[in-house]
Design a protein around this ligand. Structure first.
Ligand SMILES: *Cc1c(COP(=O)(O)O)cnc(C)c1O
Length: 407
């Protein structure tokens, strides 16, 4: 019989990680993040590329510092993310602020901090021109009306979307730009998460390249993100290498026609951090019902909401009993709502106290965690160079009470 392999993350035994930080805990493998950054760079070698990590996916300071050490910039969607980025050591020049429906006050604050500004609404552009004229360059977020994304709720390019300025409004945009003397230095699109094939990107590229002719000062084209990562073992992922080859050829040809070449920016979130993350939670209860065997864990939608919010699939493994006989379970949380992580999952026999590992939990895991049911948010651990360290401690009762004023 084969010896049971000790399940590890970045060559650190999962047992040791749980010993260190307890459970539930988010664990990130720095090497996987490095690999993804390098893959992206390699795929687009040959054209000037900037990777603006979309930090809403995972914004813990240790992760932001890791990204910075790997040479990425940041894409931010709130002034608080801008502040976190600056705190982590990014320069304002390395940060793009891509807000939607924020107060103009928040845009003013971003301008005063010196970060790149991305505007996605005509009325806001008008006000921007009125206040700043040509003194502060601005990027325009356009909606190319490309239907992309595996799920309606994470599609942002369609006709009913609240994001971006429609490509059909460009005449109006041009008037505002000209009369306000606005300096447009970038064009941006982000058509939503989970783009399945390179052609969506290439269609978008054609649209941005065509619009680029309207803005002579253009310094960059930002193609957003939406790179899909495999969630199920047999899932297809965006073929970054194929996309790279095609886009590099197209952009090179475009740049050959211009006096100064445009940079290409990308804003991957999920692509950089999803596969690096594993969520570990302990089994509290096994409950046989008429329908199934529920494996109830010491966690719920308060810690990992993607399965309930987006119907996302996260692969689950029993890392405490890897050689156990496979059985079928329905994995659920302890929250007083229906919080099902997965129906009919084949797991190595589960015992109370076992640790279950939820894969691909690096993106939109911790950042979407809440205190619902007055539960503590989990700890976070970074594994790097063969060792694990806590990058965020588990909350305590004090954290729940900290901001409350008691009469
Ligand atoms: C969320 C977001 C991203 C990142 O999307 P992923 O699917 O995580 O790669 C990029 N750009 C903008 C503007 C976003 O809102």
């Amino acid at each position: 019989m084969i010896q049971s392999p000790t399940p590890t993350i970045g060559s650190v035994a999962i047992d040791d990680i749980v010993q260190l930080a307890g459970a539930p805990v988010y664990v990130y493998n720095a090497d996987v993040i490095r690999t993804q950054v390098h893959r992206l760079r390699a795929a687009f070698a040959g054209i000037p590329v900037r990777i603006q990590y979309a930090c809403k996916a995972l914004s813990s300071i240790a992760i932001l510092k890791l990204m910075r050490s790997l040479g990425t910039g940041l894409d931010t969607v709130s002034i608080q993310e801008v502040h976190l980025g600056l705190h982590a050591g990014f320069t304002p020049e390395e940060i793009l602020f891509t807000p939607n429906m924020v107060s103009f006050e928040e845009i003013r604050e971003a301008v005063s901090l010196g970060v790149h500004i991305n505007i996605d609404t005509i009325s806001v552009l008008e006000q921007f021109g009125h206040e700043y004229g040509n003194t502060v360059p601005v990027c325009l977020r356009v909606n190319p009306h490309i239907m992309a994304g595996g799920n309606e709720r994470i599609s942002t390019g369609h006709i009913d979307s609240k994001f971006g300025i429609s490509i059909h409004q460009m005449r109006h945009v041009q008037r505002i730009v000209q009369s306000g003397g606005i300096n447009v230095n970038g064009l941006h699109m982000h058509t939503g998460s989970d783009i399945l094939d390179a052609d969506v990107f290439l269609q978008g590229a054609e649209i941005l390249l065509e619009l680029a002719e309207l803005f002579p000062n253009l310094a960059f084209l930002d193609f957003g993100s939406g790179f899909k990562v495999p969630y199920k073992p047999d899932d297809i992922a965006t073929d970054i290498e194929d996309l790279g080859q095609k886009l590099v050829a197209r952009i090179s040809a475009f740049n050959a026609t211009r006096s100064s070449p445009v940079e290409v920016w990308f804003e991957p979130g999920k692509f950089l951090v999803s596969e690096a993350g594993t969520f570990l939670a302990r089994v509290n209860v096994l409950k046989q019902t008429t329908a199934t065997v529920f494996a109830g864990i010491d966690s719920g939608l308060n810690h990992l909401i993607r399965p309930m919010l987006y119907n996302s699939y996260h692969h689950i493994e029993n890392v405490s009993n890897p050689l156990g006989t496979p059985r079928i379970y329905t994995v659920v949380g302890y929250i007083c709502e229906t919080d099902t992580f997965g129906w009919d999952r084949k797991l190595a026999e589960v015992r109370v106290g076992d640790i279950l590992a939820f894969r691909n939990a690096g993106a939109y895991g911790f950042t979407m965690a809440s205190n619902y049911n007055s539960r503590y948010r989990p700890a976070e651990v970074l594994v790097d160079g063969g060792s694990a360290r806590i990058i965020r401690r588990r909350e305590t009762l004090e954290d729940l009470l900290r901001l409350q004023e008691e009469a």
